[in-house]
Ligand binder design. Structure first.
Ligand SMILES: [Zn+2]
Length: 292
């Protein structure tokens, strides 16, 4: 479990799973082994000895001004999924969350950066054959643009059955009266606000955190792997609009590379957080903040 302090804000990572996959899972045939090998700093944390990319699925619990905000809720247990390692999982995520000090009943806000399968899973859990809210005292914030898009395009592409994902992980939240549709610039507290970063999905947001002069940002899926800091034009095959995603990613890197800011990657393996440093046409992710 990792924890970061940003001014008065505390951020805790609760990991559901970390594993290595062939580069093709995220990037199709865009990345040759030679190209991955160009960036030695990615080993061994983000690239394994076989040249596979290491990724993570985790939730960030952001504590700000008395609020407990769970950002992205991973895959979840018991869910019928087309990707085998996500199908009918029986993981210990809630126990790990409790061990980190967060009883589900103590979470007052759930925030999904977008409505993909690996960001909404623990919104609900299976109780007596029904999907019920995992966080019964929380208000769940969903982007209005996301909700409108995915309800109109709940398709099955062979990897993800979006209709099933909405049915077991999002719709039950509306039925329980816990959902709130928000705009892409919504302020959760004075220290935590959404930042519009479209392209991966239509209403995708990142989460900007500023407190006591310090800044952090939770990427969401505008990037999936730190190699995209090195190569900002490299898009994942799950990007909805590749050109828009590319422009958003580059603007994001310019913005957070120009100042000391803790970048928390939503799918970055441990150590997950880092600071950007310009390197040629791209950026490198440093494990320590720059000296001031
Ligand atoms: Zn994701």
């Amino acid at each position: 479990m990792r924890r970061w302090t940003v001014g008065d804000v505390r951020i805790t990572q609760v990991v559901e799973m970390q594993n290595a996959s062939p580069a093709s899972f995220l990037f199709g045939d865009a990345l040759s082994p030679e190209r991955i090998g160009r960036y030695g700093w990615l080993r061994p944390r983000h690239v394994d000895e076989r040249g596979r990319l290491i990724g993570s699925i985790h939730c960030f619990v952001v504590e700000s001004q008395g609020r407990r905000i769970a950002v992205d809720t991973c895959i979840g247990n018991d869910k019928p999924r087309l990707v085998e390692r996500w199908h009918q999982r029986q993981g210990g995520f809630l126990q790990d969350m409790a061990a980190a000090g967060f009883d589900p009943a103590s979470i007052d806000t759930v925030l999904c950066t977008h409505l993909h399968v690996d960001h909404v899973g623990w919104n609900t859990r299976l109780v007596d054959g029904r999907w019920v809210p995992t966080f019964p005292n929380a208000r769940y914030l969903f982007g209005r643009t996301e909700w409108e898009h995915w309800t109109a395009h709940a398709e099955n592409d062979g990897t993800i059955d979006q209709g099933q994902v909405l049915a077991d992980s999002v719709t039950p939240i509306f039925e329980a009266g816990l959902a709130q549709l928000v705009e892409v610039d919504h302020a959760v507290t004075d220290e935590v606000r959404l930042e519009s970063t479209p392209g991966h999905t239509p209403g995708h947001v990142s989460v900007h955190i500023a407190s006591g002069g310090a800044v952090a940002v939770i990427t969401g899926d505008l990037m999936h792997h730190p190699i995209q800091c090195c190569e900002p034009d490299l898009g994942s095959r799950f990007d909805w609009q590749p050109e828009m995603a590319r422009a958003t990613r580059r603007a994001f890197l310019e913005r957070y590379g120009a100042r000391p800011a803790l970048v928390l990657g939503t799918h970055f393996a441990t150590p997950t957080g880092g600071w950007l440093r310009r390197d040629g046409d791209g950026w490198e992710l440093m494990e320590s903040p720059p000296l001031r």
